[in-house]
Design a protein around this ligand. Sequence first.
Ligand SMILES: [Zn+2]
Length: 81
Amino acid sequence: MSPPDHISRDQLIARVIGPSEAELTCDECFDALDRYVELELDGADADRVVAGMRPHLEGCPACQHDYGSLLAYLKSRPKSG
Ligand SMILES: [Zn+2]
């Protein structure tokens, strides 16, 4: 019998939370959603500016719904100025 392999605390955390790609929390997602959608509509690289938004949306139906609603709203809104 051999003892279990020793793994560092960081490795253990990485195993628990998965890949180290930064992902927003729902609160952060909510705060950044306006900006993210505006950037996307402007043709800017929203995923680069608001890093972590895309992976969060892909894994969070609630935020994905908010994102879809906001996107539809802003698209239908006449441009001002
Ligand atoms: Zn969320």
